[in-house]
Design a binder for this molecule. Structure first.
Ligand SMILES: N[C@@H](CCC(=O)N[C@@H](CS)C(=O)NCC(=O)O)C(=O)O
Length: 214
């Protein structure tokens, strides 16, 4: 059995990694971390030179990037959550597309409305917000159209494509993302929320976590 540690925070990307680990019942130790904290930044660089979470440390070797971690956890679980058959390229398509075209513009709203106010009172730049809302609406519209006749994104079975593409949705309300304009996306979001590991990935892991220390 490998020695597996998953460093995480409650934020956008690590939330996905923890949801995957919970969904697959991965044998990881969950370690809450604050990599950007000035007191921890230097120490965390040894784990991830980008000083970001999530990081999966397996037998002392670091793997960073949410998608790489999801791929490895699926492999360890012997699961087809990240399939390796003919569905694999389609899953990869959604991973690439959503990261660039959906989560990136949505991430502006997540950051400006939910994260930045925690440490700064610099106001949003209306031009950036406007452009990224156009980009988000465009991508959400494409997703909505494709979800009209399918339950899940790939081969009509839940896969990592669904988790990854939905990265921003649990934060949509707080970030002011107009999900109600995209009824098929809203329906698919509700389906995902019926999955415990997705709805509340952090439930019950606080007591097994080490202190948020790095
Ligand atoms: N490309 C990376 C991005 C990782 C990233 O941006 N992590 C942010 C959270 S979304 C982070 O570590 N922020 C500091 C923190 O959460 O404490 C991935 O997909 O994993």
């Amino acid at each position: 059995m490998p020695d597996l540690k998953l460093y995480y925070s409650p934020n956008l990307n690590p939330r996905v990694a923890v949801a995957v680990a919970r969904h697959l019942d991965s044998p990881v130790a969950y370690i809450a971390a604050s990599p950007m904290h000035p007191d921890h930044r230097r120490a965390f660089k040894a784990i991830n030179p980008n000083t970001l979470v999530p990081v999966l440390v397996e037998n002392g070797k670091s793997l960073w990037e949410t998608d790489a971690i999801a791929c490895r956890l699926s492999q360890i679980a012997g699961s087809d959550f990240w399939p390796t058959d003919e569905r694999m390229s389609e899953v990869q398509m959604w991973v690439s597309w959503s990261n660039l075209h959906l989560t990136r513009p949505a991430g502006t709203f997540y950051f400006e409305r939910l994260i930045r106010p925690q440490f700064s009172d610099v106001p949003e730049d209306p031009k950036v917000m406007k452009n990224d809302m156009v980009a988000f609406r465009n991508s959400a519209g494409i997703l909505d159209g494709l979800l009209a006749d399918r339950e899940w994104l790939v081969a009509d079975r839940l896969s990592y494509a669904d988790f990854r593409t939905a990265t921003c949705l649990p934060f949509a309300e707080g970030a002011g993302l107009p999900l109600h304009d995209f009824p098929n996306v809203a329906r698919w979001h509700d389906q995902l929320l019926a999955i415990d590991a997705w709805r509340d990935p952090f439930a019950g892991i606080a007591e097994t976590s080490m202190e948020r220390r790095a």
